[in-house]
Design a protein around this ligand. Structure first.
Ligand code: PBG
Length: 319
């Protein structure tokens, strides 16, 4: 009877699996702070995505780890960059049954580790990210990703005007049907630590992203960002991280008519894995509770490293 009247459903079709692909390695590498998550080779990525598709997962989002990083992050828009190469392969393998998304940012590709181009020397106290110069780079990345087969591009850099710049660049390159999933309300969270291990990213000089990501003391600011992104052409908006921001998810869901996504981020996943490994919590119970809570708050779509676990559990095959 409880199932009959439950208000919230969690389904594998609402999950997006984040995946990392690293250039120039011939064996997949585990990420120590994200148990069960790998830096994939091109080949192991293809195999993983095929298996996810067979398990019923309908969408993946790709992050690239380039061999060489530079000031501009040019590996992010190079047609031969790792994500573009991987997208072409995945399109051929599973393009008919999997939504291929690409994270659109440069922090994995820049030598200084920021999400945009800098206006001065890296590590200098007066250097900051040059918002408008970065928009031009984001447009080039969007086109390279769409050319390579991305059906959805997901700008995560929190530059002002990024959605509009990307929409214009995609349209003028003939990619008017490529969708934009905007990381709209992305907080300057301490929960991204394991992700930065996964993409080998460190900010030179020990800086942070507080000049472009949001202050966690603020909720109304999130609505400004969400409305700006929708007015610039976002097809879906995202709140990130998820669990500490359920109030934001609920407020966004009530205020907009586009699909709302939430990112259950690396630190959220790592906390479950670490506590469960110590025998302090029950992994499956807590993982299911957290994903359901994110849905209950209003997320239509959840990006989560638990996608594979959930798909297997749903198929009755978990551990
Ligand atoms: C930026 C980006 C980040 C994440 C997704 N896209 C890192 C950051 O802003 O520092 C974090 C995801 C996670 O922690 O799982 N390209």
């Amino acid at each position: 009877m409880r199932d009959l009247v439950a208000e919230t459903q969690l389904d594998v079709r609402q999950l997006v699996a984040p995946l990392f692909v690293r250039e120039g390695i011939d064996q997949a590498q585990p990420v120590a702070s994200l148990p069960g998550v790998m830096q994939h080779t091109r080949a192991s990525l293809r195999e993983e995505v095929r298996q996810l598709a067979d398990l019923g997962v309908r969408a993946v989002i790709l992050f690239g780890v380039p061999e060489v990083k530079d000031d501009l992050g040019s590996g992010a828009f190079d047609p031969q960059g790792i994500v573009q190469v991987a997208l072409r392969e995945l399109s051929a393998d599973v393009g008919d049954r999997m939504v291929l998304m690409a994270d659109l940012c440069v922090d994995e590709y820049t030598s200084h580790g920021h999400c945009g181009v800098l206006d001065g020397p890296a590590g200098h106290p007066h250097t900051s990210v040059d918002n408008d110069a970065t928009l031009e780079i984001y447009g080039r990345i969007a086109v390279a990703q769409a050319d390579a087969g991305a059906q959805v591009v997901a700008p995560s850099g929190m530059m002002d005007g990024q959605v509009g710049a990307i929409r214009a660049a995609l349209d003028s390159a003939g990619h008017s049907s490529t969708a934009i999933l905007a990381y709209s309300a992305k907080y300057a969270s301490g929960l991204y630590g394991p992700f930065r291990d996964a993409v080998d990213c460190a900010i030179v000089g020990g800086g942070d992203r507080k000049s472009y990501q949001q202050d966690w003391r603020n909720a109304r600011e999130a609505m400004v960002e969400v409305h700006a992104d929708i007015s610039q052409g976002a097809d879906m908006v995202m709140v990130k991280p998820a669990l500490s921001y359920l109030d934001i998810i609920a407020a966004v869901k009530a205020a907009v008519d586009v699909p709302v996504a939430a990112y259950h981020v690396s630190g959220e996943y790592a906390m479950i894995k670490a506590a469960a490994a110590n025998g302090w919590i029950d992994h499956d119970a807590v993982a299911g509770e957290q994903l359901t809570a994110i849905r209950r708050a209003g997320a239509d779509v959840i990006l989560t490293y638990l996608a594979r676990w959930y798909a297997q559990a749903a198929a009755g095959k978990a551990r």
